[in-house]
Design a binder for this molecule. Sequence first.
Ligand code: SF4
Length: 503
Amino acid sequence: MLGETTQLQSESGSSKALGLNATLDAPTSRLDMDHDDRPREACGVVGIHSPGNDVARATFFGLFALQHRGQESAGIASSDGNAIRLHARMGLISQVFKEEDLADLRGHLAIGHTRYSTMGGSKQHNAQPLITDGPRGRIAVGHNGNVINASDLRTELSEQWGITFDRTSDTEVIAEMFARAPGRDWFEVAWYAMRRLKGAYSLVIMSKDELIAVRDPLGIRPLCLGKLNGGYVVASETAALDNIGATFIRELQNGEAVVINKDGITSKIWPAARKTHSMCVFEQIYFARPDSVLNGQLAYDSRRRMGAELFRESPVDADLVIGIPDSSIPHAIGYANASGIAYGEGIIRNRYVGRTFIAPDQRMRDVGVQMKFNAMRSIIEGKRIIVVDDSIVRSTTTVRVINMLQNAGAREIHVRVAAPAIISTCHFGVDMATMAELIAANKSVEEIRQHIGADSLAYLSVDGLKAAVGVQDDSYCKGCFTGRYPIPVQLEMDKLALEPTPV
Ligand code: SF4
């Protein structure tokens, strides 16, 4: 069964979310060296409807541009108008798909998904797209985000519709809701779902002949629309559109649903959606690719402005500004430009770390960060260094980087973080750490400075962050920096809440 593509006939009458071409012995873990203390994004989604063209290959390359959003599993569902075909399994996109898999995924309609689990275990049965059947036929669903009332909804839907849930992700709840909710068209179904689902969900959904895209009423996770070969494409980030030669049209608004079929495209906004979005500000700081446009701003530019604001708030005299590669480079360039201090590359990152299944021995684990980063002594030695980082979660990476710079002969090390201190956990599709693990939730800035061994430490303020992303109002979710979320949340949440309890 390894890698086999399953053909799923329409309207089979099955009553629950279908299993995939289950590859239960497929690899489920990767080398842990890149499991540092970076926040982890939930997922990336792509959907394409292009009459007259096979779109699985374009979906693959769209997903390929979104690999940073999830590395645990990947999948594509396609349709030629008659049947939905599916290929999904654990692993990186390049490991999951071979030429023959794409050849089997025929049709002018496809959705794709790459996953990092934020609810439900990292297991084959939770790989997406998920497929389910209901009164309006078979659908496939790909989801980016986190539904915080999934557990209650599972109980409610089980009682209401007699469903037995056999996956353990919140996406299964979404899939069943879209398959069975009352409504004369997809918009009424989407409004039904929006009234019940709480949290973050950017969705790509397909029937055998329609593509539906939905962005939750808060607009927490990104979703954009483009044009491709006379058809349409939706994707988590604009970089995915660029990667397949699609033309960017616009970002979906919060509470918007889009239906694309042979008659063209129709869009509506849920009448009860808020006027302002609550998009995750961490997308601007770190998650999204720097070459993606979010809320009309190129993320690379937002990040440079964060670095510039950081300098204005927390200047320090030094010889060289460096960034922790790759994600902090734009912030470091912004800091350097604003300060007039030279910018340089002092640390080189091994871009292939995390792409091997050979586990390190304990001694190698102890020096883990040197496998990922290497400091260049001739550039660092004798200098006062400003190290710009985009975030500190637990601080393990920061401690190791500072040790490495000290060993390379740095005279002074000043850490500047181009985001506010993370004082609370995320509930909307980002896996960071528990409250007990978040260093800034438990220590003062001075205590953190001592802990990481830096000569000075400063974070960007929330106001500085707002200035950098160009808002004065209360748009953007900033919950992990403020403890105030766009909707009420339970403070500690277990991503495995829907997994069976071990006996
Ligand atoms: S809590 Fe933080 S990471 Fe989570 S959605 Fe809000 S800003 Fe993003």
